[in-house]
Design a protein around this ligand. Structure first.
Ligand code: RB5
Length: 141
């Protein structure tokens, strides 16, 4: 199960990603926001982070205008490793190396075609499990 949320700057891209998840029959919980009205991104980062740390969802997708604020907020939550990605190489590497559990995207930065490729890469790549990466992830705690 994927937890997904956005602020107003990410609302349109979230709708595109939801259409992709629906088409691929990938399960998700939509934690908002539900319109382009101005909202505060830290709230949505917390909702998705808690859905993961409470075991309701395995991974998350967070979108704000740049992806920066919402990823900063998500990374304040223990055990959340949020990666802001603007390319598929980084999306693959952050799963392989960082075991990132949240993908952050910028709705005003990354167009829907590329964003969906990034989502596909992020969700389709398993953590490598290699010792050196495990050690470094443990050091984050
Ligand atoms: C909202 O205008 C914008 O600041 C927000 O979506 C995000 O880009 C913050 O990092």
């Amino acid at each position: 199960m994927i937890a997904i949320a956005c602020d107003h700057g990410g609302y349109e891209l979230k709708q595109e990603i939801i259409s992709y998840l629906n088409a691929k029959e990938i399960g998700y919980e939509d934690y908002g926001c539900y319109s382009k009205a101005s909202v505060d991104y830290p709230y949505y980062a917390k909702e998705v982070g808690q859905a993961i740390t409470q075991g309701k969802c395995e991974k998350g997708i967070l979108i704000c205008g740049t992806g920066i604020g919402i990823s900063i907020a998500a990374n304040k939550i223990p055990d959340i490793r949020a990666a802001l990605c603007t390319d598929c190489f980084s999306a693959e590497a952050t799963r392989l190396h960082n075991n990132a559990n949240v993908l952050a995207l910028g709705g005003r930065v990354t167009g829907p075609g590329l964003a969906i490729k990034i989502v596909e890469t992020f969700l389709g790549t398993d953590f490598s499990g290699e010792e050196r990466h495990l050690k470094r992830i443990q050091m984050l705690d």
